[in-house]
Design a protein around this ligand. Structure first.
Ligand code: SF4
Ligand code: SF4
Length: 378
């Protein structure tokens, strides 16, 4: 399976358009589209952030992909359900606006679809039922447009994890509650991937996110790459390797490959396009260190070893976003907002969505010890 990885260092429309067109031509994407086809683009607009934060798919990349498909005569729509809900208010609208994607869609006369507000059809996997937007299921072509990022819970978020944003609003919170373990949650994400069956992914890795992503506690980092593939698992495997992950470290790609949904073996993936990954060592989320522990120790202790979120009262503006998005309802008012550790499943939804970077994570002492040993050994 082919993954295109092309060098692209800045968000300059002309050059991004050229790189996107070259990548999609190599993949012969024009053969997948007939004039009049409905093409649904799914960017990652996790929460309302400026494009420079490195958290959301950059509007220039979205614009380049829209223009490519419009030139083929397709009817393009852009759909998303962002990560949180306020009472009676979908964050998705704010996210479309603040990320600059709304302005691009308006300029190119493209319909913006807020997945929180459209009709859905329920599809089932072996374990779960998922309400999925009709507009997504009826599209002739579904294209995942992820951002290249670390993720504190699933370690990496890319083309496959991006599909979690096809689930409308608060339903996402319910799944977090029913799947607190990262591997169970990853299984659920792969279920969604299997049901949505996207045709293609184009990843914005020009500026990525390292550290404790996928929200504002991660740090934007220059990576200088656009990736594209029809094998979303292979694309994610390549992108995750650029951050420094090993083959089986990211549960979503491992599970998807085990189910035969794509390849997570770098030696079997043909990477073309000439991108030379940087030798820079990117910072992985704290929880990534847990994969260095042997399974016999990790399995029984896993939940208690995950990093614990903590609210920094000095930074908190009491916007209530975390309170309303917490699946366990353990963020409570005492003297300021606090997280009750007992009951917290460490899904880190609160951290993902906090607009103030007011939620940090406290590493378990064992993880701190592993970090010290690792640094000592170089
Ligand atoms: S911690 Fe963040 S999300 Fe929660 S209330 Fe404070 S500012 Fe809002
Ligand atoms: S406090 Fe944060 S990490 Fe804990 S359950 Fe709630 S949203 Fe998840």
């Amino acid at each position: 399976m082919e993954v295109i990885a092309t060098d692209c260092q800045e968000y300059e429309l002309k050059s991004v358009l050229k790189k996107v067109r070259e990548a999609l031509t190599k993949l012969q994407v024009e053969q997948l589209v007939v004039r009049g086809d409905k093409v649904l683009l799914k960017p990652n607009l996790l929460s309302p952030h400026q494009p420079e934060a490195g958290i959301t798919t950059h509007p220039v990349v979205v614009e380049a992909v829209i223009r490519y498909f419009q030139q083929l005569g397709a009817e393009v729509k852009v759909g998303e359900s962002s990560g949180g809900m306020m009472v009676n208010q979908s964050l998705t609208e704010q996210a479309f606006e603040k990320t600059g994607v709304l302005a691009v869609c308006q300029k190119l006369d493209v319909e913006v679809v807020n997945f929180d507000r459209v009709s859905t059809r329920v599809l089932s996997s072996d374990k779960y039922e998922f309400p999925l937007p009709e507009v997504l299921l009826e599209a002739d072509l579904v294209v995942s447009l992820p951002k290249l990022k670390t993720h504190s819970l699933t370690l990496f978020t890319g083309a496959v994890k991006n599909l979690y944003g096809c689930i409308p609003g608060m339903k996402k919170v319910e799944y977090h509650r029913s799947c607190p373990h990262p591997v169970d949650f990853s299984e659920l994400v792969v279920d969604i991937f299997e049901l949505v069956k996207p045709d293609l992914a184009i990843m914005d890795g020009i500026v990525g996110l390292e550290g404790n992503g996928p929200g504002s506690t991660g740090d934007a980092c220059q990576m200088g790459v656009i990736l594209a593939s029809q094998d979303l698992v292979a694309l994610d495997t390549v992108a995750a390797s650029y951050l420094g992950y090993t083959q089986n470290q990211v549960p979503i790609t491992r599970i998807a490959a085990e189910r035969g949904l794509g390849s997570n073996r770098l030696e079997q993936i043909e990477i073309i396009g000439g991108y030379q990954p940087s030798q820079q060592e990117y910072r992985l989320p704290s929880n990534a260190l847990l994969s260095l522990l042997p399974n016999w120790l990790l399995q029984p202790l896993f939940g208690s070893l995950l990093s614990q979120p903590i609210i920094n009262q000095q930074e908190c503006i009491e916007c209530q976003l975390c309170v309303q998005s917490c699946p366990q309802e353990v963020i409570i008012e005492r003297q300021g907002l606090e997280i009750e550790e007992e009951g917290c499943i460490k899904c880190l939804c609160c951290q993902e969505l906090c607009p103030q970077e007011a939620i940090t994570v406290k590493e378990h002492s064992l993880v701190r010890l592993i970090r010290s040993i690792k640094e000592f050994l170089g």
